[in-house]
Ligand binder design. Structure first.
Ligand SMILES: *[C@@H]1O[C@H](CO)[C@@H](O)[C@H](O)[C@H]1NC(C)=O
Ligand SMILES: *[C@@H]1O[C@H](CO)[C@@H](O)[C@H](O)[C@H]1NC(C)=O
Ligand SMILES: *[C@@H]1O[C@H](CO)[C@@H](O)[C@H](O)[C@H]1NC(C)=O
Ligand SMILES: *[C@@H]1O[C@H](CO)[C@@H](O)[C@H](O)[C@H]1NC(C)=O
Ligand SMILES: *[C@@H]1O[C@H](CO)[C@@H](O)[C@H](O)[C@H]1NC(C)=O
Length: 408
C-alpha cells in the first residue's frame, strides 16, 4: 500500500470547460491493456536463468508470497511447491515458472480469447540491473513478443522505477540496448504512429527522481519518437500524494497519464464515488491534450506477503467491484483502461485463472479463493469480466447495474 486515499482534491472545481479531443483510436486509445508481471521463478526450472524461488515465496509454507493461488491446469510444466503440500482435491500443489515459453503462450492465448487487447510487459529497473534477474526479464519480454505476434495481441514495455536510483542514466541505456528492438515487432503497440512505452513511479513519494531528472528521461524517450505513458500517483493533479509540487509540468509532458488506483477505494459505492476524481483528471487531460488511461482492479489483498495486512482487504464481490469501475469509464466516455493486473497473484489483483475454492489451494496454508464473497465462480471468471468490461467501455454492450458475466 502506498498511501491512503485522500479526498482533498474532490472539492476543487473542474479546471476547464474548453476541451480538446483525445487521440484517435490506436493500440492504446480505445483499448483494454493489462499489466503483465511475468516475474515468477521456480527453483526446479533450470531453463529459467533465475532458477530460484521468486515471488511465489521461498517454496515452502514458511514463506508464501502470493494471496491468490493460480489455476495451473493448462500449463505443460509445473513444479512441486512445499514437499508435503497437496491441494484440497488431493492433487500435488504445483506452480508455474513465468519464463516457460508454453506458460507465456497460454497467457497470451487467454488475452486473445477473453478480449484483452494489449499486455504492458513490466520491466523493473532493479531487475534489469541485477545480473541474476536481467536474463529472466529480457527472456520473458522476448517470449511475450513471440506469443503476441502468434496470437494477435499487442504489447508494450512498461518500466517500474521503484528502487532504481540510477534510472536517469540506466533507463535510456536500457532502452537503446534492450528495449528498442522490441519496437520493430509487428505486435508492438503503436499510438499516433509511435511505439508506446510507460514509465511507472515518477513523483511517487517513495520512488526515486527529481522533476528535472524525470523530465530528462521523458525528453529522451520523446526524442526517440515514442508515445510516452506515465504511471503516476493517484492524486497527481493536486500533488496530495506525490512528493514534490514540481512534478505537474513533468506529468503534463506525457502523451498519456495513468494514475495508480490499486487499494485506493473499495466496495461498489466506493468505486462509483471515484467517478468524481476521474472526471476531474479527465478535464485536465483534455485541456492539455493528454490521453487518460484509468487503472481498474478486481480487488486486492496481500496478507501472505505483508504481515498484519487484512485478509480479503478489498473484496472482489464476484465481479461487481471491477464492473462498477468499467461502468465509470463508460459513463464518462473514457475509452481507455489499464487493468492491474493480468498475473499479479502477490497482491491478489490477478485476473488470470485462479483457484475457485478450497479444492484448488494447498490444504496447509491460507489463500484467498474466488468464492470468498459467497458466490462460486469459474477460474476464468475475472478474465471474462475484463472482456465484458472492455465491451462495455467500447459501447458494444449496454450499462447494467449488475455484472452481466455468467458465474460459470
Ligand atoms: C514433510 O512430512 C514429513 C512426514 O510427515 C515430515 O517429516 C517433514 O518434516 C515434512 N517436511 C516439511 C518441509 O514440512
Ligand atoms: C506428488 O508428489 C509426490 C511427493 O513429492 C511425488 O512422489 C509424486 O510423484 C507426485 N505425484 C505426481 C502425480 O506428480
Ligand atoms: C549508480 O551510479 C553510481 C555512479 O555511476 C554508481 O557508483 C552506483 O554503483 C550505481 N548504483 C547502482 C545501484 O547501480
Ligand atoms: C530484433 O527484432 C527483430 C524483429 O522482431 C528480430 O527478428 C530480431 O531477432 C531482434 N534482434 C535481436 C538482437 O534481438
Ligand atoms: C474502504 O473504504 C472506506 C471508505 O473510503 C475506508 O474508510 C476504508 O478504510 C476502506 N477499506 C480499506 C480496506 O481500504
Amino acid at each position: 500500500m502506498k498511501s491512503p486515499f485522500v479526498l482533498g482534491s474532490l472539492l476543487l472545481p473542474l479546471v476547464s470547460q474548453a476541451v480538446t479531443a483525445s487521440s484517435s483510436p490506436g493500440d492504446v486509445v480505445g483499448k483494454v491493456v493489462a499489466g503483465y508481471q511475468g516475474w515468477f521463478s521456480v527453483k526446479q526450472d533450470t531453463n529459467d536463468p533465475n532458477h530460484a524461488w521468486t515471488h511465489w515465496g521461498d517454496g515452502t509454507t514458511n514463506s508464501v508470497g502470493v494471496e491468490v493461488w493460480p489455476d495451473v491446469r493448462e500449463y505443460a510444466n509445473t513444479y512441486q511447491w512445499d514437499v508435503n503440500a497437496t491441494l484440497g482435491n488431493g492433487k500435488n500443489a504445483t506452480l508455474y515458472d513465468a519464463y516457460d515459453t508454453q506458460t507465456v503462450d497460454v497467457h497470451f492465448t487467454w488475452m486473445k480469447k477473453y478480449g484483452i487487447d494489449v499486455a504492458a510487459v513490466q520491466r523493473f529497473g532493479t531487475n534489469v540491473i541485477n545480473p541474476n534477474t536481467k536474463d529472466h526479464v529480457n527472456g520473458v519480454a522476448q517470449k511475450a513478443q513471440a506469443a503476441a505476434e502468434k496470437h494477435g495481441v499487442k504489447f508494450y514495455i512498461m518500466w517500474d522505477i521503484s528502487g532504481w536510483t540510477n534510472f536517469t542514466t540506466d533507463l535510456p541505456t536500457d532502452f537503446l540496448n534492450n528495449v528498442k528492438n522490441f519496437t520493430s515487432s509487428p505486435a508492438y503497440a503503436k499510438q499516433n504512429g509511435k511505439p508506446v512505452v510507460n514509465v511507472w513511479g515518477l513523483g511517487l513519494i517513495d520512488r526515486p527522481g527529481t522533476p528535472d531528472q524525470a523530465m530528462t528521461v521523458i525528453n529522451f524517450l520523446k526524442d526517440q519518437g515514442l508515445y510516452v505513458i506515465l504511471g503516476v500517483p493517484t492524486l497527481w493533479l493536486t500533488q496530495a500524494d506525490s512528493k514534490l509540487t514540481g512534478f505537474l509540468p513533468v506529468f503534463t509532458a506525457a502523451d498519456m497519464i495513468s494514475p495508480w488506483t490499486v487499494g485506493r477505494y473499495n466496495g461498489t459505492d466506493g468505486a462509483a464515488a471515484y467517478q468524481v476524481q476521474l472526471k476531474y483528471d479527465l478535464a485536465y487531460c483534455k485541456e492539455h491534450g493528454i490521453d487518460y488511461q484509468p487503472v481498474v482492479f478486481p480487488g486486492m489483498a496481500w496478507s501472505n506477503w505483508t504481515p498484519g495486512a487484512l485478509k480479503n482487504m478489498i473484496p472482489r464481490l464476484h465481479g461487481e467491484f471491477l464492473w462498477q469501475q468499467f461502468v465509470n469509464l463508460r459513463k464518462l466516455g473514457i475509452p481507455n483502461a489499464y487493468i492491474a493486473m493480468f498475473d499479479e497473484y502477490n497482491e491478489g489483483t490477478a485476473i488470470a485463472k485462479a483457484a475457485e475454492d478450497s479444492s484448488m489451494i494447498p490444504t496447509n496454508q491460507y489463500f484467498l479463493t474466488l468464492d470468498a464473497d459467497g458466490v462460486h465462480v469459474s477460474s476464468d471468471f475475472y478474465l471474462r469480466v475484463a472482456g465484458d468490461g472492455g465491451r462495455l467501455m467500447k459501447h458494444q454492450i449496454p450499462v447494467t447495474k449488475k455484472v452481466p458475466t455468467s458465474y460459470k
